[in-house]
Design a protein around this ligand. Structure first.
Ligand code: SF4
Ligand code: SF4
Ligand code: SF4
Length: 332
């Protein structure tokens, strides 16, 4: 018993010393290849995935982002929607929730191809030597609400389509303006989404808006880290469901010295991670669960990621010193 406890502790120590930056870099590449090209190898993980594995990437996708089928289901004519068909919607939602509960927002920090592309754009900016810009606190507070507005519209507009209030040309509304619809198929050589649909005025406006949002995504991600994630309705949906999730980000405020190291590495600029010394479940709605804050905290056991209550990665002085030696990036 004692020997197995010692072995377990040795594994934990090794994990806490891991070079998270390197691990995450390779993990994101593998996930990107899987979800952008996995379809070529007949991998299909269903259509309820809690991140942007885009359904418009016809050939390459290894599964479909849940927002696409959700909007289609909600835009059914009301008599059908409010009938037995609603069971299919509930089953889909349940499947999505189950996927999500496993990894919480870890899907964003490690797997979502659109998140990964933003990190690659940031890496490019850093290589060129251009500094990133940040939001002021009041801008931050306003921006953080936009994703909830988009989530509400993403549900209400399809319902309006089903009820005959809006044209079918605005459906699925979020996908029509989502940058993933254009960017991800382009990685498999399919640029057919970069077109304006002239079949009706509404279709023309929506597809033109989609191109404008994609351009904004590319420019914005170059200027600000994880620019699009602030506005992402999937992130809002995640947060609303995050209570029962198994993966958690926790903080022991009694051990925190408020040095601010965690805040300085946070791509989302979440100040609470350093300032809040009372909340235990410290994940906020903008958090992507990248765990960079955990890896940069020098205090033993102050920040930790737990899975079903079991610590899987926690801040340690030793891990901090080792990572600093390898050149931990502070905020460039
Ligand atoms: S918040 Fe970012 S990483 Fe998460 S699903 Fe949205 S785009 Fe992807
Ligand atoms: S790095 Fe650790 S000790 Fe420093 S402010 Fe963040 S949680 Fe507190
Ligand atoms: S709070 Fe921590 S886990 Fe969340 S985005 Fe910031 S650095 Fe990543």
């Amino acid at each position: 018993m004692k020997a197995s406890n010692t072995r377990l502790q040795a594994v934990r120590d090794a994990v806490n010393r891991v070079d998270l930056k390197n691990f995450r870099f390779w993990f994101q590449i593998v996930a990107f290849v899987l979800f952008v090209y996995g379809g070529y190898f007949a991998i299909d993980l269903g259509s309820r995935l809690p991140f942007f594995s885009c359904g418009y990437n016809d050939e390459g996708r290894a599964g479909i982002c849940y927002l696409l089928p959700l909007q289609h289901q909600l835009s059914q004519p009301w008599p059908r929607l409010f009938s037995l068909a609603s069971i299919a919607i509930l089953t889909g939602f349940l499947t999505f929730t189950l996927w999500f509960i496993v990894l919480n927002k870890g899907w964003c920090g490690y797997i979502c191809p659109l998140g990964t592309i933003q990190d690659w754009i940031t890496a490019l900016r850093r290589r060129i030597g251009i500094r990133y810009s940040t939001y002021s606190e009041s801008q931050f507070e306003q921006l953080t609400k936009v994703k909830y507005l988009l989530l509400a519209l993403m549900i209400l507009i399809p319902l309006g389509v089903g009820g005959g209030l809006f044209s079918h040309d605005v459906s699925p509304p979020f996908c029509l303006i989502c940058p993933a619809r254009m960017v991800l198929p382009a990685f498999t050589g399919d640029v057919s989404q970069f077109t304006i649909d002239f079949s009706s005025k509404t279709a023309m406006v929506m597809t033109a808006l989609g191109i404008a949002v994609t351009a904004l995504f590319l420019v914005g991600s170059f200027v600000r880290k994880r620019f699009f994630c602030f506005f992402c309705p999937m992130s809002a949906l995640h947060y609303l469901l995050s209570k029962p999730a198994l993966l958690k980000l926790k903080k022991d405020g009694n051990k925190c010295t408020r040095c601010g190291d965690c805040y300085r590495v946070c791509d989302m600029g979440i100040k609470e991670i350093a300032d809040d010394v009372t909340t235990v479940n410290i994940m906020t709605d903008d958090c992507t669960m990248c765990l960079k804050c955990v890896s940069s905290c020098p205090e033993n056991g102050t920040l930790k990621a737990t899975f079903a209550g079991i610590p899987i990665f926690e801040s340690t002085e030793e891990g901090f010193i080792k990572r600093m030696g390898k050149g931990l990036q502070h905020g460039k």
